[in-house]
Design a protein around this ligand. Structure first.
Ligand SMILES: [Fe+2]
Length: 127
């Protein structure tokens, strides 16, 4: 039987976000990163960005199924990366960053070893 690829239906193709942000599914709740950061920051002043995957609904954390890493961007500017082992470390990260200007919203990607890439963004103003 021939396999038909329909990219928009393939969780491992591209970056996943909740289809309905007001009502995420259980799968979406387990994978979307939650960002805690200020709405406004001062130019060149350090601030903290806390990220957690599984905060809305716990994601499995075992060698066969786990969150491999989290990455933080502002727009397309890379800010940080954290790796996790599966079982011994939890998909939480905290980054202290400073911005000289707005590059775009804060953006977090996380990667599940079975369910691919997931994204959350949060608007932030640099004053
Ligand atoms: Fe997963």
């Amino acid at each position: 039987m021939e396999k038909t690829w329909i990219c928009t239906e393939d969780i491992l193709c591209g970056v996943n976000e909740p289809k309905d942000k007001a009502s995420p599914t259980e799968l979406e709740k387990k994978h979307i990163p939650v960002i805690e950061a200020p709405d406004r920051v001062k130019k060149d002043e350090p601030f903290e960005v806390r990220i957690e995957v599984g905060k809305l609904l716990a994601h499995p954390n075992e060698p066969g199924h786990f969150i491999e890493w989290i990455e933080l961007y502002c727009g397309d500017t890379f800010l940080g990366h954290a790796n996790f082992s599966g079982g011994a470390s939890f998909p939480k990260a905290s980054f202290t960053v400073k911005l000289s200007h707005a590059h775009g919203p804060l953006k977090v990607w996380d990667k599940c070893n079975l369910h691919g890439l997931w994204e959350t963004t949060k608007e932030i103003k640099v004053e």
